[in-house]
Design a protein around this ligand. Structure first.
Ligand code: 1PW
Length: 215
């Protein structure tokens, strides 16, 4: 019986989750990464139902990663580094076309990784924006500079349409639940380096193993 009060949602807590992704040896903890994404999905859902088609795919990807973690070989998925090693060593990744392993951890996480770049670009634009900047334009520009190149035309069309429905800058900052505009800007300044670091390390890992174009 659930009588826990609904906690006020704050984007700060979500962004800080990405801080806890990194181990001392610069590995990325899968569970923390997935939890960060859970928070991002909650945030996207709070932006309105038009974003639900976008968050649905992220939810789907999160679930695939959770299933890997809960599986027989879940311990092999403890960090992204151990996942890559395990799946490659055991031929569990489709390298040319989707075939026996359409839901490998490597290809699934790559989709979240690419989306994280979009988020990074978008948040950086928000952080440095001015009062008259348009969230829909910033979001679309960030998308076109990152994720769009990996999406089919129909998805690009639908995504770009959804962005037009984004609340304006002031309302958007309120949805973040962090406080005044100054506080939002300060929070982003603090949190962005962690997201960037997690993105960079993942990118390097995938590059090293030639996994950046997984089908
Ligand atoms: C306002 C905050 C926004 C940051 C979150 C970004 C979420 C990105 C989700 C985009 C999903 C668009 C629709 C789904 C497309 C899929 O085809 C695509 N998935 C992703 C995450 O890009 C590719 O996955 P697939 O089809 O190769 O399994």
């Amino acid at each position: 019986f659930d009588s826990v009060p609904v906690e006020k949602f704050s984007l700060k807590e979500v962004l800080i989750t990405f801080q806890s992704c990194l181990t001392d040896s610069q590995e990325i903890v899968t569970d923390s990464y997935v939890n960060g994404w859970r928070g991002l999905v909650r945030f996207m859902n709070s932006l309105g139902s038009i974003f639900s088609f976008i968050s649905k795919d992220a939810v789907n990807k999160i679930q695939i990663m959770v299933t890997h973690r809960n599986g027989e070989n879940g311990d092999k998925y403890e960090t992204l580094q151990s996942m890559v090693k395990y799946e490659l060593d055991n031929n569990l990744v489709d390298l040319q076309r989707r075939a026996e392993h359409p839901e490998s951890g490597c290809r699934t996480l790559l989709r979240l990784h690419r989306a994280l770049r979009w988020l990074e670009l978008f948040l950086e634009k928000l952080r440095t924006s001015t009062e008259d900047s348009k969230t829909s334009v910033m979001c679309t520009d960030a998308y076109n500079d990152s994720l769009a190149q990996h999406h089919a035309w129909i998805i690009r069309k639908a995504a770009t349409m959804a962005f037009c429905a984004l609340p304006g800058r002031a309302a958007f900052f309120q949805t973040m639940n962090v406080g005044s505009t100054e506080q939002v800007v300060a929070m982003l300044g603090e949190a962005m380096p962690f997201i960037s670091k997690v993105y960079e390390i993942t990118e390097e890992l995938y590059k090293q193993h030639n996994l950046l174009e997984l089908p």
